[in-house]
Ligand binder design. Structure first.
Ligand code: MET
Length: 408
């Protein structure tokens, strides 16, 4: 028994408990309450031979160093706490943190391509920059885009990865992860779990081998920290640590500290914002100004809707809601994917992936639902930009084409 964990580590703990305690089990034994923030870039060692052996060991295996760190690009104790906690929440053996979600995806692609496999199968839509990274072949990979039913046929002997985001950015389309993992055979399935978070969905339990997060979003949760993280088995984590050391896309320790703190409130934030989002979806679904509402079956705090009017008028009309890209913060954000988050995806690809030019994506925060509804509904009634307010038509009165209820 580890003296620090008081023998409790064998007892399975609920997610809300893990969120508060994972990555912190040794603190009481250290006489601390808050996790220590280690900002060192380097560490003293009076034994260069022993240090050389430890560096060799890391370079060869990618295993985390035993004993004190050597240099911040290899490892950082504060970041390691966040990694341990996120791995626990995702039910994975390990996690490796990066400077951003895109740095994390880059490391995964480099890790797989370094094993000589350069073909990726991916399901659209993905977040716009993930789509671009794959579609442009910037890292020397080649992509085949398909729908979930086409994954098995798209696999080749040199396929290194199948990539899906569920619920997808920005349409909230959901994939059956278990079925998809089955279709992948021995090829690892990567699930971008940024929108769902481990509170709503744990892809490893459904057969995914790699789980990606833009930690900037719900994991941080306050719009003040940028990061990315990959949860996976220890063997792949070792390759990722080697790639991270070689390419330098490390997470700053202060970001690691803030992300660990963010995890402790993740379950309550996600559940509270999800319940507000579900209520807004119920109201939008019967609103005559809305052509279509998108909301995943698993719920969550992300909603998307298509308007009959000009989506730019809604963006210009919000007052409480912030018109800004990104998501997962305590405050509500709205953005127009065709203009911002998915701008980089070719128009035809964007539209065939279901990203309509009339689609708006909203990240619901922790405000009171009535205040959010009041702001949203006044923005939906906003006059076209440049016109006089008195001349504005109110609701179009046209029938709702496809109002989709909350589904739960
Ligand atoms: C730079 S654009 C996008 C940022 C973020 N990944 C989002 O989907 O909002």
């Amino acid at each position: 028994m580890d003296a620090m964990d008081h023998g409790l580590s064998a007892i399975p703990r609920a997610l809300a408990t893990e969120a508060v305690h994972a990555g912190r089990e040794d603190l009481a034994g250290l006489g601390l309450h808050a996790p220590p923030l280690d900002l060192s870039t380097t560490y003293p060692s009076y034994d260069a031979r022993a240090e050389a052996a430890r560096i060799d060991e890391f370079a060869t295996t990618g295993a985390r160093l035993d004993g004190p760190p050597v240099y911040a690009r290899l490892d950082n104790p504060t970041v390691a706490r966040f990694e341990d906690a996120l791995a626990r929440l995702e039910g994975a053996e390990a996690a490796v943190a990066f400077a951003s979600g895109m740095a994390a995806l880059t490391a995964v692609l480099l890790a797989r391509a370094s094993q000589g496999l350069r073909h990726v199968v991916a399901v659209r839509p993905l977040y716009g920059c993930s789509d671009h990274l794959l579609d442009a072949g910037l890292l020397g990979t080649e992509v085949t885009w398909t729908d979930p039913a086409g994954v098995t046929d798209a696999l080749r002997p040199d396929t290194c990865l199948v990539v899906v985001e569920s619920p997808a950015n920005p349409t909230l389309a959901e994939a059956d992860i278990r079925a998809l993992a089955h279709s992948c055979g021995s090829v690892p399935l990567l699930v971008d779990n940024t929108f769902a978070t481990p509170v709503l969905q744990r892809p490893v339990e459904q057969g995914a081998r790699i789980v990606l997060h833009s930690a900037t979003k719900y994991l941080g949760g306050h719009g003040d920290v940028m990061g990315g993280v990959v949860a996976c088995d220890e063997e792949f984590a070792r390759t990722l640590r080697q790639i991270r050391f070689a390419t330098g896309g490390v997470l700053h320790p202060l970001a690691g500290y803030l992300l660990l703190r963010g995890l402790s409130t993740l379950p309550v934030r996600v559940r509270a914002a999800s319940s507000t989002a579900a209520e807004l979806v119920r109201r939008l679904a019967t609103d005559p100004r809305i052509a279509r509402v998108h909301y995943p079956r698993i719920g969550g705090a992300m909603i998307a809707f298509e308007v009959y009017g000009d989506p730019h008028d809604v963006i210009a009309g919000v007052r409480l809601i912030t018109p800004a890209v990104s998501l997962g913060s305590v405050d509500t954000l709205i953005q127009h994917p065709a203009s911002i988050s998915h701008r980089i995806v070719a128009e035809g690809d964007r539209r065939s992936a279901g990203v309509s030019d009339r689609l708006l994506r909203m990240s619901v925060g922790l405000e009171d639902v009535e205040d959010l509804w009041r702001d949203l509904t006044q923005a939906l009634s906003a006059p076209p930009a440049g016109s006089l307010r008195a001349a504005a038509p109110a609701a179009s009165g046209r029938p709702v084409a496809m109002p989709r209820p909350a589904g739960r």
